[in-house]
Write a protein that binds this ligand. Structure first.
Ligand SMILES: O=P(O)(O)O[C@H]1O[C@H](CO)[C@@H](O)[C@H]1O
Length: 295
């Protein structure tokens, strides 16, 4: 188990202050770009980019398809920050470090986290290139006590025992579903359960069958810790998986997946993902304005 000895609120504060001193407009929405999905960040207007290596306390990206840059800018009149590359446990980072950016965003005033990923399908009816709105997750490392919330709790972020009910915001899910239908993607869009595994190996046949029996519709090596930390500190979360491959659940099949295939499919579907997220961001802006009026 990773220790949280190195984690302090002050680390996040230091990073947030560093960024706040440089960023033109503080963000209200944070978007995490999954494997090969960094093109999303290129849609921001008036962008300001910071390589992870320059940001105090930030880890660096080591996975192809994760550029390793924080990009601030405007999307449909809303100030956003895009993580062009995320961190994974299999890169050797402890979970508090994998999720450090989320807490930094919180301190900068972010209200909504949009998290995207590339994932393998376990559900028979999903096809490569489909999209899955995440309605819930199974956090395999979390169930085995590998949680980003392990260790002393800092109440300034959230409670010791947070509820995960409605982690993937109901309202954002139905809004995204409507948008997908409106954009003509009814054939591609699904809602399902994402399962996080540690990786970096892809699943064995027996593991894939096991995860399907557990109720998972798609599997990947990220997202759940980010969503847990966002929910813990009171953000609304929207999660979207791009199905880059169908996970093999029978023996004697030559159809194995590799990271290049994942990146190719991500590139192929990037535009559809961008359109959907852009429309969603525009709607969130109005929702957040209405919320503020009611407060
Ligand atoms: O979850 P993201 O970062 O999109 O990446 C997915 O793609 C990689 C495997 O090809 C793994 O890192 C898996 O988690």
């Amino acid at each position: 188990m990773h220790s949280r000895e190195d984690f302090r609120y002050e680390h996040c504060e230091e990073t947030a202050c560093w960024l706040q001193g440089r960023v033109r407009t503080p963000p209200t929405i944070a978007i995490i770009c999954g494997s090969g999905l960094g093109l999303l960040a290129d849609t921001l207007s008036n962008p300001q980019a910071f390589p992870y290596s320059e940001i105090p306390n930030f880890p660096t990206s080591t996975v192809p398809g994760h550029a390793g840059e924080l990009v601030f800018g405007m999307l449909r009149g809303t100030s956003c920050v895009c993580m062009k590359g995320r961190f994974h446990v299999y890169e050797g980072y402890p979970l508090w470090k994998v999720t450090l950016p989320i807490r930094v965003f919180k301190l900068m005033g972010v209200k909504v986290l949009v998290v995207t990923n590339a994932a393998g399908s376990l559900c028979e009816s999903y096809k490569t290139g489909d999209l899955m709105i995440i309605k819930d997750h199974i956090n395999m490392p979390g169930l085995a006590s590998l949680s980003p919330l392990t260790g002393p709790n800092d109440d300034r972020f959230g409670p010791r025992f947070p509820s995960l009910l409605d982690t993937y915001d109901n309202n954002l899910r139905s809004t995204a579903l409507d948008i997908a239908h409106r954009l003509g993607h009814s054939e591609l869009i699904h809602e399902g359960v994402y399962c996080m595994v540690g990786g970096p190996n892809f699943e064995s046949v027996a593991e894939a069958k096991f995860l399907r029996i557990l109720g998972a519709d798609a599997v990947g090596m990220s997202t759940a810790p980010e969503a847990v930390v966002a929910k813990h500190c009171g953000m609304r979360v929207f999660g979207l998986s791009l199905i880059t491959n169908c996970v093999v659940q029978v023996y004697e099949v030559e159809d194995f997946v590799d990271h290049n295939t994942v990146l190719e499919v991500s590139k192929w579907r990037s535009q559809i993902l961008q359109d959907l997220i852009t429309e969603l961001v525009a709607t969130i802006k109005h929702q957040e304005e209405d919320r503020q009026d009611m407060e």
